[in-house]
Design a protein around this ligand. Sequence first.
Ligand SMILES: [Zn+2]
Length: 213
Amino acid sequence: MEITKNVFQLDSVKGSHVFLIKADENILIDTGMPGASKQILAEINDLGVAAKDLQKILLTHHDIDHIGNVGILEVQTGAEVWAPEADIPYILGHKNREGIKWLIQKFNRAPKLAKLNSYADKQKFGEIQIIPAPGHTPGHSIVSYRNVIFVGDLFKTSGSEIAKLPRVMNRDQQQAQKAVAVLKDLKYDWLCPSHGNPIQNGAKIQQFISQYS
Ligand SMILES: [Zn+2]
């Protein structure tokens, strides 16, 4: 599905979304649950991006449904992989996730990555800006590109409703709620959560954000 010009939400990946930006560089945001690498590569190819032409993979946070194919995609595309510094030890399996996520982690091996780059403070890639919005995980970050913001697990949508992630999924609930307020200072037409449909800027989203100011 094309959200705006050259910005796509991949249709072939279910559960947790994978997004493709075709800009000066071709960039993937998050990688879905394990086992979806073939679908991802086939769909971006259909959208005009051959595997070797993917330059970067940007991760919003360490959860398995976001990093599930990052190891195999790094090998198959040669793309640089980037992630929030505070989440890198969890991605690489050097730190254990907590609570329910520890159990999920037990069934998934940490990806073997040739290189995992860490976002700098106010990291930019051309017109793409990385914005820290921690709480869901220690380093959880959102990604802004022109009039679209990929909000990761800052919130989810269900139909036309906006909802917080369940408390049990957030490492620091208070911090995760406060993080929603970063949206107040940003300009956008579309917010794209990792779970649920993209939502257009309007009264509903502004009302949601205003609860956390
Ligand atoms: Zn998550």
